[in-house]
Ligand binder design. Structure first.
Ligand code: PGA
Length: 244
């Protein structure tokens, strides 16, 4: 894993943006894997800026998101579909026909997962997957203990994840307990992975990731087996690692 250390969240967002824009401009038909959550918000703001400056186009870009809550409609402000439209898609020249996010209210969730996998394959696979990390080491909603062989599936959220995500909801009871998540094996098939880690609340997770063996108890540790991973982490995220 290649690691780029930057000063703070703004620097992380800018670095991640240059990284992604460079890839989009290099590839003929880029297929991006995207993430939601607080971490990539700054990246999306930077991408919009670059788009407005004419430095990148999304005309030929296809995207697949990592996950979506089960039971939340697309139109719900808490859905990841809404998040992506609001934070990125509505502000760039991407066709909504080229963006795919699991449908958390599909009548048959199992079938939705299978179709999601097929759509990724049909697009030729993901060229570059953006990831965040949970404080518990999860990637996507693949919680500790998830087999590395799992593909897109309905995942149960850990209590700590429900608590962490409750900041976006009126009450913790409103947070869904399940999500459709791209599987670990699916993520590992991406040709390249960009993992973003920011803030003191992720410092323990980063230190664990950098020092642990590869184990299903720390889902992100699987990335050590991927040939092309870049981590961008800020100083706050490094605070525990620096003390080791
Ligand atoms: P965050 O979430 O970016 O909101 O911290 C990351 C994650 O839980 O994977």
């Amino acid at each position: 894993m290649k690691i780029i250390q930057v000063k703070d969240y703004d620097a992380l967002s800018e670095r991640a943006c240059s990284f992604l824009v460079e890839r989009i401009n290099e590839l003929e038909n880029p297929v991006l894997g995207l993430a939601t959550g607080s971490t990539p918000e700054g990246l999306y703001k930077q991408i919009i800026k670059k788009y407005n400056q004419g430095e990148v186009s999304f005309q030929e870009v296809k995207t697949f998101n990592l996950d979506e809550y089960v039971g939340i409609e697309k139109t719900d402000p808490n859905s990841y579909y809404y998040f992506m439209k609001d934070k990125l898609f509505d502000h760039i020249n991407i066709s909504l026909d080229n963006v795919r996010i699991p449908n958390g209210v599909a009548p048959d969730l199992q079938q939705e997962c299978e179709e999601y996998e097929e759509a990724i394959q049909a697009a030729g696979g993901i060229d570059i997957q953006v990831l965040g990390i949970g404080a518990n080491g999860h990637i996507g909603f693949n919680e500790p203990g998830t087999p590395f062989t799992c593909r897109t599936q309905v995942a149960n959220l850990e209590t700590s994840t429900i608590e962490a995500n409750s900041r976006f909801f009126h009450s913790i009871e409103e947070v869904p307990t399940q999500a459709i998540s791209m599987g670990i094996e699916t993520i590992m098939e991406s040709k390249e992975i960009l993992l973003l880690i920011s803030g003191e609340n992720k410092a323990e997770a980063l230190a664990t990731l950098l020092t642990c063996d590869v184990t299903e108890e720390i889902p992100a540790s699987v990335l050590k087996k991927h040939p092309n991973v870049t981590i961008i982490a800020d100083e706050a995220a490094y605070s525990v690692m620096n003390q080791l």
